[in-house]
Design a protein around this ligand. Structure first.
Ligand code: C2O
Ligand code: CU
Length: 466
């Protein structure tokens, strides 16, 4: 039966109360019994991010009250049920969104659209079976400029037991913090910047540290999983001092591997690199962001031990993810125009807007996550193929993210697009891009810019699959 949003919310509420995740029947439904949930307790904490001392009001998830620092890396297995219990110990509502993982709609974590708020002191049980392997991440979908800006961005690794083995795996969560000279949080944004490329942080980190160094076997092959979980910053990543090969983008294996030369990645995006460590003990490879004037070191990898003398050419292919390919002969085209706007600010502001409208999709600025959202951008038929014809008529880059379904980047007016599968496409000013997908997941799926100030000041919409 088709679930209306009202029924769906009821179903989710029941799931939350009784601790049983109810999957929408169908392709992404629960085939096997859910395991014991992993407890993710949303809480405020403190951590030492600067020399100025302890930063207060870091937000994170931990099982123990007062536990500091980074959200845990969540490990799941492709095709195996996963369950998590969100326990809200924050003083405001929250939810969890599983960015890039194709989950049933009532597990997607978008307040009002797919589930009710999880209020202070309440729990919500998430349960789903990740269909795809790769590097993903999780974050709230509620008051996100504050919650994500203050730390609620964690990495998810979905393992494929069939993947080739590496000599080591290193996970880097890249993001900024907006801290003042005393090491405490300052205003999350400036309106005039939100109307441009967004408000940047003041402290750049990898895994909540400045320029951390990790040891890895000399001459070994390292799987470097990088997630850009920043709310604003776009990176041009480069590895100096070692050979780095791109093996996956946004969780999905690339059709053809290529050397990482300079790759532009926006908030929400991930890359998996095979890094061939230098042979000599003590030599370092450096991950840099070369966007802007001077290269910025993000993290270092130091070679240890005798060289393993690996060759990246010997690395077996990653397993394919079961993402359906669109039938382009029947695919319906949907135009998606990203523009700026000067509409007056919408009123709803709890989980939704930041009090300004600067951006729009198809000329409609999103009014905030309200009980009565605007009409969907399009109503899609389950199982049919579609092509989003995205056009960026603004002066700025926008990482456009679709929930619930992965798309194939077919072509671009400004870039040579090798078709690749993704969930977040960084579109450049003036660019037109074609993103194809099969509408194979029922429900309401958000489509938004992942520069959170843009998302929260209008650049959000959704598609409805019925
Ligand atoms: Cu990272 Cu709406 O999501
Ligand atoms: Cu944007």
């Amino acid at each position: 039966p088709l679930l209306t949003r009202r029924n769906l919310l009821k179903a989710s509420a029941v799931a939350g109360a009784y601790g049983v995740g109810i999957g929408v029947a169908g392709k992404f439904g629960l085939a096997q019994a859910a395991p014991e949930p992993q407890v993710l307790k949303a809480l405020k904490s403190e951590a030492t991010l600067t020399e100025a001392g302890v930063t207060k009001n870091i937000m994170t998830w931990g099982d123990v009250a007062g536990e500091a620092g980074m959200p845990p890396v969540l490990r799941m297995t492709k095709g195996k049920p996963y369950a998590a219990r969100l326990a809200n110990a924050l003083d405001e509502p929250t939810t969890i969104h599983w960015h890039g993982i194709r989950v049933p709609n009532n597990m997607d974590g978008v307040p009002f659209l797919t589930q009710p708020y999880v209020y202070t002191g309440d729990n919500f049980d998430y349960a789903f079976t990740p269909p795809d392997a790769g590097t993903f991440w999780y974050h709230p979908h509620c008051n996100t400029l504050a919650q994500m800006g203050q730390g609620m961005t964690g990495v998810i690794v979905v393992e494929d037991p069939a993947d080739p083995t590496f000599d080591s795996e290193i996970i880097l969560n890249l993001r900024d913090w907006r801290l003042g000279g005393n090491g405490q949080f300052i205003a999350a944004f400036r309106p005039r910047d939100a109307a441009k490329s967004g408000t940047f942080g003041t402290l750049r980190t990898a895994n909540w540290n400045r320029e951390p160094q990790y040891d890895a076997p000399a001459g070994g092959l390292i799987r470097l999983r990088i997630a850009i979980t920043d709310v604003t910053r776009i990176y041009s990543l480069k590895v100096a001092g070692a050979e780095a090969t791109v093996i996956a983008i946004d969780g999905n294996p690339v059709p053809k591997r290529f050397p990482l030369d300079l790759l532009l990645l926006g908030p929400g995006q991930r890359i998996d690199l095979a890094v061939r460590m230098p042979d000599s003990e003590g030599a370092t490879a450096t991950l840099e962001d070369i966007r802007g004037t001077a290269p910025k070191t993000l993290a270092k990898l130091r070679a240890v031990g005798a060289s393993l003398k690996r060759d990246v050419g010997d690395l077996a292919a990653l397993g394919e993810n079961p993402v359906a390919s669109a039938d382009l002969s029947t695919a319906e085209k949907i135009s998606v125009v990203l523009s700026s706007t000067a509409e007056s600010a919408p009123a709803d502001g709890i989980c939704g807007t930041i009090g300004y409208s600067f951006w729009a999709i198809n000329r409609v600025p999103w009014p905030g996550d309200t009980k009565d959202p605007t009409a969907p951008l399009a109503e899609l038929k389950l199982g049919k193929s579609y092509v989003l014809q995205v056009e960026n008529v603004t002066q700025h880059l926008h990482p456009i993210h679709l929930h619930g379904m992965s798309f194939t980047v077919l072509s671009s007016s400004t870039r040579e697009a090798v078709p690749f599968v993704s969930d977040t496409y960084l579109i450049q000013p003036g660019e037109k891009a074609q993103l194809s997908f099969v509408a194979d997941n029922l429900g309401d799926w958000l489509l938004h810019c992942h520069i959170i100030e843009h998302q929260k000041s209008g650049m959000t919409s959704y598609v409805k699959v019925v």
